[in-house]
Each structure stands twice: as structure tokens, then as C-alpha cells.
Design a protein around this ligand. Structure first.
Ligand code: NAD
Length: 514
């Protein structure tokens, strides 16, 4: 049995001991407290590393959403959050960011137990989530409304007002981070929020709600209603009293949400959906070892369950054999392990359904004639866990499922090109538009390609790059089937507000004789 002790900011943690003792919250958090669901229906939440049950979780019911939206509406009308100064909101959210860091081991462990993410990565996620709260809290009193040029008897303003009640539906792949990306800007803009976490991973969001209450967030401002998407999520998306809906998840669910929002009260929505992002490698690069490292790390992080993962490697035919051999070596060097082991970098897939889905893509890829370079097999089945080898395919047809569909697993598809123009065409040859990376030492060429590639975020780099990137300040907006709406940075606040013009038409007062 591996040693699972680890030193965190909170001291020495023995993850396995902590896992055996942890209490997992399972009930909705509405109006400042944990409450019963309207439905007694339950489901087993499975630890994907062992196949063992983590206990019975509440399936939730549409009535839970009615109750939660009503509590959110009451809090918004009371005004004890939206009506206070941005600086006062900032104080509370900064405290929350700090408390999240202090509870990092618990939050990280909850995510690891529910989705099998290596605990070290879960811990990094918690700090990342905390930074989102901190970033938006710090921004709160630095954003100005505008005064409009006019005559001297008009005082016209444009203000950013909160929507009111915001519904947030999030997926399981980065449970705490996906919650924070929504909650940070939505709360700082003054909204009251109903958060619906994924049925696979509600525990960290439910725990977070109690931390928000501890730092003084008024009752009803942050509510967490767990349950299934088709019932609880759909009730939120179609609710007549939800003013705005923010969603992260698959494109298929994004389409459904769009229909529900349109058929109910026409609430504005933002969608962050799937992707099929390319790494494009031009032949002027030199350090192929470094590129292979980064390409492999990008597709195999979180077992490939990352929306922006570089799941396609588009490489110039001149360097393709050498780069492919190095990527294969990297893939084969990754050993799936117990996610509670602090040294583990690659855990199981998040659920049995996810394992089956990814394996069916592997089978289909084989049938379509792609060449399996490594991986493709389930591992450690006797453990009960859902482990899969890091997998690489080459000779992938550009119209095949491996080249065009989001697999959301540790599967890299390699295609070759013979010119920069062909690389751009291939980069754009999927229905998605989330992210892309271009590897070249020619900055002008990289910039020209970035302009032609349809993606919300394009990174141009070479094998010597050491820049850290734009970090929290970077904002982007996906395109095509990857969704719409700005996420990240100051622009990421905008979808959570509505422009409101208020103008005062003034009389010309008589000032008396000068
Ligand atoms: P999913 O679409 O199955 O579920 C996402 C959320 O929607 C869950 O909370 C689920 O319960 C809910 N849901 C499901 N059906 C619903 C319905 N009919 N009405 C309302 N809500 C419903 O996605 P998933 O499997 O949880 O997550 C994986 C997907 O998320 C991938 O496609 C991935 O690319 C995407 N993702 C995108 C980003 C991004 O920023 N673009 C980030 C992370 C994940």
C-alpha cells in the first residue's frame, strides 16, 4: 500500500486516513442551511478509483429548484448583498478566498474521492478556485460605470446592474474550479446564485456553501441544489424566475439548455461547452523532447477530461516520425495509480460511463483505420477502478471521429500536414472553437495563423518559450459548438451584469445675478 501522507499549507495530511474519516455533505444548501430535498429518491455515488460506493446521494427534485429560486429572489429583493457597496462585498469574498485555502485539503479530497483526480492536482485546483474569488473581489471597486456625453441639462449614465437571480450549472471535471469561475464574477456583480453541481461531484460545492456562510454571505445569496441534470438542471434552466443562466458542460446539454431558456422566460445564457483543440507543430522548432513533454502533459492531465485539452496533434510531415516517437515514449511512461497517492499524476476516468464512452471511441477509431501507437486498454480492472492507458493514434483520417469529436479522455489523435495553410485548414476542421496552440519560432507566421484559427484562445509559442501567459486576467469567448459568452478576466464579469441607462433630464435653474 502506498504512503499517502503529504505536507500541505494546513500541515501534514494522511489522505487515506482522512478519506476514511471524512463526512460528505449530501443535502441541498438553501437559504443559509442544509435542508431535506423534496424527493427521497437517492443514487449511489461511486469512487472511480475503487468502484466502491461513497454513499447514497439525493437525486433532487424540480421542487427543490422552486424553493431555491424563491430564497434567491428574497435575498436579492432584501438587498443585503446587491445593495451594499462593492467594497463591502469585496471584504466578504476575500475572506471566502482565504477560508477556501485554509480548507484546501478537505475540498481537494472531496473532489478526488468523487472523480478520481490525483489529489495533488485537486489541491492545486482548490488554490486556483480561491484565486478566482480573490481576482473578482479585488476587481470589485476598480470598475467604473460611464457618464454619456450630452448637453449641460442632461445627466446620462450607463451602469452595470446585476441580473438578479443567476442559475449556474456546472460539470464534474474540475468541480471546485468550475463553481468558482461562475460564482466569483456572479456574486461580485451583486447577483444571488443557485448553483447546480454535477451529480457525479456535488460534495465540494455543498461544502463550499457552508464556508460562504461562515464568512458572512447573507442567507439565500449562494444556494447549492444538487441532483440530476434532466430533472433538477432542467428545472433551473426552464424556471420563469431565473434572470440569467450560466452553463459549463457538453455541447449536447448546451443545446438543451438553450431550448429550455428560450421556451421559458427568454433568460440570457452563456455556454462554455466542449472542444477538440489542436497543437499545431511547424517544422522550424528544434527541441522536440520539450514539445513532446508538453503535448503529452496537456492531453493526459486529468486523464484527458479537460475541455481545452490538446486532443489533436497536427504536426508537419518532416518532423512527424520523430515527434510521434517521443510522444509515445511520454505516454508509455505514465503509470496510472491511486489518486490518493501524492505522487500519482494519472488516475481513473471519472465514472464507468465515461470509461465506456472513451473505449467505444477507441474501438471506433480502430475500425475507421487509424493506427494505434500505444495504449487503448483498460487497466487494473481487479481494483474495481476505471483506469485506462494513455492512448495515442496516428494516421487519423481528418473526417474520422478521432479527429472531429470530443472524446473527453486520454486519447491523442495525430494528423500530419505539409504547409502552414493546410495546418490552419485542419485546425479548423472540427465543429468546435475553444482553444489552440501553435508551435513555431516564426512569430509573424504564428500571429498570422492565430488570426486564421477559429478558437476562443490561441497560444503561440516555441520550444524555448518561458512566458507564464496572461493567467487570471486572460478573457476569451468560445466559438461555434464550444459555446458563447466571455469567461475570465474583467470581461468575464460582463455576462453577469446588464447594461442599464439612467438619465436625468434637468431644468435650467436660475442662479441669480452674477
Ligand atoms: P454534461 O453536459 O453532461 O453535464 C453538465 C451539467 O449539466 C451537469 O451539472 C448536469 O447535471 C447538467 N445537465 C445535464 N443534462 C441537463 C439538462 N437536460 N438540463 C439541465 N442541466 C443538465 O457535461 P459533463 O459530462 O458533466 O462535463 C463534460 C463536458 O463539459 C465536456 O463536454 C467538456 O468539454 C465540458 N466542459 C467545458 C468547459 C469550458 O470551459 N468550455 C469546461 C469544463 C468542461
Amino acid at each position: 500500500m502506498t504512503d499517502t501522507t503529504y505536507i500541505t499549507d494546513a500541515g501534514v495530511v494522511d489522505w487515506r486516513k482522512m478519506a476514511a474519516e471524512i463526512t460528505i455533505c449530501k443535502t441541498p444548501f438553501i437559504d443559509g442551511r442544509y435542508v431535506e430535498s423534496a424527493s427521497e429518491q437517492t443514487y449511489e455515488c461511486i469512487n472511480p478509483a475503487t468502484g466502491q460506493s461513497l454513499g447514497k446521494f439525493l437525486a433532487g427534485a424540480p421542487e427543490d429548484i422552486d424553493r431555491t429560486v424563491a430564497a434567491s429572489r428574497r435575498s436579492f429583493q432584501r438587498g443585503d448583498w446587491c445593495g451594499i457597496t462593492p467594497r463591502a462585498r469585496q471584504t466578504v469574498i476575500l475572506r471566502l478566498a482565504d477560508l477556501i485555502r485554509r480548507h484546501a485539503p478537505t475540498l481537494a479530497l472531496l473532489d478526488t474521492l468523487q472523480i478520481g483526480k490525483p489529489v495533488r492536482q485537486s489541491l492545486a485546483d482548490v488554490h486556483w478556485a480561491s484565486q478566482f474569488f480573490q481576482y473578482y473581489a479585488e476587481a470589485a471597486d476598480k470598475i467604473y460605470d460611464s457618464a454619456v456625453p450630452s448637453d449641460n441639462r442632461t445627466f446620462a449614465t450607463i451602469r452595470r446592474a446585476p441580473h438578479g437571480v443567476v442559475g449556474a450549472i456546472v460539470p464534474w471535471n474540475f468541480p471546485i474550479v468550475n463553481a468558482a469561475i461562475k460564482l466569483g464574477p456572479a456574486l461580485m456583480a451583486g447577483n444571488s446564485v443557485v448553483l447546480k453541481p454535477s451529480e457525479l461531484s456535488p460534495a465540494s460545492a455543498l461544502y463550499l456553501a457552508s464556508l460562504a456562510q461562515e464568512v458572512g454571505l447573507p442567507d439565500g445569496v449562494l444556494n447549492v441544489t444538487p441532483g440530476f441534470g434532466e430533472t433538477v438542471g432542467a428545472a433551473l434552466a426552464s424556471h420563469q424566475d431565473v434572470d440569467m443562466l450560466t452553463f459549463t458542460g457538453s455541447t449536447a446539454t448546451g443545446r438543451r439548455i438553450t431550448q429550455l431558456a428560450g421556451a421559458s422566460n427568454l433568460k440570457p445564457i452563456m455556454l462554455e461547452c466542449g472542444g477538440k483543440s489542436p497543437h499545431v507543430v511547424l517544422p522550424d522548432v528544434q527541441d522536440l523532447d520539450r514539445i513532446a513533454d508538453i503535448v503529452a502533459a496537456d492531453i493526459f492531465r486529468n486523464q484527458g477530461q479537460v475541455c481545452s485539452a490538446g486532443s489533436r496533434l497536427l504536426v508537419h510531415e518532416k518532423i512527424a516520425p520523430e515527434l510521434l516517437a517521443k510522444v509515445r515514449r511520454q505516454a508509455q511512461s505514465i503509470a496510472p495509480g491511486d489518486p490518493l497517492d501524492p505522487d500519482c499524476v494519472f488516475g481513473p476516468l471519472a465514472s464507468h460511463a465515461q470509461l465506456q464512452r472513451v473505449m467505444s471511441y477507441i474501438d471506433q477509431g480502430r475500425m475507421e483505420g487509424a493506427q494505434l501507437i500505444c495504449g487503448g486498454n483498460r487497466l487494473q480492472e481487479e481494483s474495481g477502478g476505471f483506469f485506462l492507458e494513455p492512448t495515442v493514434f496516428s494516421k487519423v483520417g481528418e473526417k474520422s471521429c478521432l479527429a472531429t469529436e470530443e472524446i473527453f479522455g486520454p486519447v491523442l489523435s495525430v494528423l500530419t500536414f505539409s504547409s502552414a495553410g493546410e495546418a490552419v485548414r485542419l485546425a479548423n476542421a472540427t465543429p468546435y472553437g475553444l482553444a489552440a496552440t501553435v508551435w513555431t519560432r516564426d512569430t509573424s507566421l504564428g500571429e498570422a495563423m492565430a488570426q486564421k484559427i477559429t478558437a476562443g484562445m490561441v497560444t503561440v509559442r516555441d520550444d524555448r518559450s518561458s512566458g507564464a501567459g496572461g493567467g487570471m486576467a486572460l478573457a476569451s469567448e468560445p466559438s461555434r459548438l464550444s459555446g458563447f459568452g466571455a469567461q475570465g478576466g474583467i470581461y468575464g464579469l460582463h455576462p453577469y451584469t446588464r447594461l442599464k441607462a439612467v438619465q436625468h433630464l434637468l431644468a435650467a435653474p436660475y442662479l441669480g445675478e452674477a
